[in-house]
Design a protein around this ligand. Sequence first.
Ligand code: UD1
Length: 368
Amino acid sequence: MNVLLVAGARPNFMKIAPIYRASLACRSVRCSIVHTGQHYDREMSGTFFEELEIPQPRYSLNAGSGSHAAQTATVMVAFEEVCLKERPDLVLVVGDVNSTLACSIVAKKCGIEVAHVEAGLRSFDLAMPEEINRMVTDAISDHFFVTEESATGNLLKEGKPAARIHEVGHVMVDNLFHQVERLSRQDVARLDGFHLKEKAHPYLFLTLHRPSNVDCRETFGGIAQALNQLAQSRTIFFPVHPRTAKMMQEHGVHLAERVVLLPPLGYREALFLWKDAEAVLTDSGGLQEETTALGIPCVTIRENTERPITVEIGSNVLAGTSPQGILAGFQESLAKKERARVPPLWDGRASERIWKVLTEGEGGANIS
Ligand code: UD1
């Protein structure tokens, strides 16, 4: 089976890594990585291939930044050429970024089957570009690999056949467990340059990049107010996404001295910091799940989440974006920590299960 495995943006690389590694154990599978180039800075993309132990992509499409339409269109044109040349049996896409959408549409129109990993998640918020990407990708996918029960429910409601929906666990957790075991002093040597050698306990770890949070001056200002209050009693480590850095300057956002601004971090650098944090504050999708897998309190700075299981059984709290909401959410997430559980099948073996389904045939949901 000839498979093209697509990645484009930072949150994709950690998902394709375990899928690629597990493909090596399947003799009938030839899996090639396609990097769309949606993210292209060394810090946003380059470092990931080395530290996630995946080979350089067979195809690099170098799409780069642009408006949503321009970026999606550039990926589509370049990926069509690859599909016509390779004629793969399957295109495997992950997550919900513009590259996921672009490549699934192209593959389907070339008559190639599409498998979507992380299918069925819904925030029901169409103001999020990722929600549109998820819905369109799922509308045309042939195989749905889901991370939590709510996603199965969403797909069934949308009329997808149960036999095509597979609860396999979470590939990002596969990667997380793999990386935690391998984390070494050498991986985080660069952080010493930021005087983080001795971590300032207790500390918080923060990420913030959603357009709805950082593009609006008032919203970003309110979030900054909550952060500055938390920073009165603890250090906050904040690797800053390129979009966020730009908006901080544009809006003149002031953050207290104890909010330590860092450049975008490699996977292991970020893991080194957040795994021992008192809590993580984030608007990322993936971190809500990764913190759940390691039992770290998480405060999600958003009004909704497409990953409800992290709130239902994990320590994640949906805090909203107001200063009061964030401060209350912080207290609540600490209090929830003791009761938190890890969702079923988030055990580090999701990638194996995906290949089992793809090579041995459909088995319906709940493959263990
Ligand atoms: C994308 C994903 C989002 C994901 C995020 C993680 C979509 C719709 N959004 O958002 O779901 O959570 O990645 O980072 O696909 N830039 C750089 N260097 C880079 C890449 C981007 O400087 O390597 C800057 C550019 O100014 C660019 C901006 O960041 O215009 C936004 O990049 P883009 O890929 O369009 O979206 P993200 O906000 O990163």
